[in-house]
Design a protein around this ligand. Structure first.
Ligand code: RB5
Length: 141
């Protein structure tokens, strides 16, 4: 199960991402926001991060205007490795090297086409499991 959330700035892109996940057959839970009304991104970022940290969901996707606010918030939750990605190289590398468990994107930064490729890259790339990366992740903790 994948957790997904956004603020109003990421709402429209989240709809595109959810349609894409449905088409891919990926199960997800939408933690809001559920309208385009102005709202506070930490509420939704924390909800998604806690769902991942608790094990309710395996990974998460967060979207706000820049992707920055949701990534700062998500990374405050213990066990979360949230990566702000605006390109596929970063999405691949952060899965392989950081075992990132939350993908953050900025809806005012990336278009829908690129965002869906970033999502696919994030979902389809495994953690390398290399000893040096395991060691570095344990040093974060
Ligand atoms: C909302 O205007 C905007 O501040 C928010 O979506 C996000 O970019 C914050 O980091």
């Amino acid at each position: 199960m994948l957790a997904i959330g956004s603020d109003h700035g990421g709402f429209a892109l989240k709809q595109e991402v959810m349609a894409h996940l449905k088409a891919r057959g990926v199960e997800f839970k939408d933690f809001g926001t559920y309208t385009e009304a102005s709202c506070d991104y930490p509420i939704y970022a924390r909800a998604v991060a806690q769902a991942v940290a608790s094990g309710e969901c395996e990974r998460g996707i967060l979207i706000c205007g820049t992707g920055i606010g949701v990534s700062i918030t998500a990374n405050k939750v213990h066990g979360i490795r949230a990566a702000l990605c605006g390109d596929c190289f970063s999405a691949k590398a952060t899965r392989e090297h950081n075992d990132a468990n939350v993908l953050c994107m900025g809806a005012r930064v990336v278009g829908g086409g690129l965002a869906l490729l970033i999502v696919d890259t994030f979902l389809d790339t495994a953690f390398s499991g290399d000893e040096r990366h395991v060691r570095r992740i344990s040093l974060i903790e």
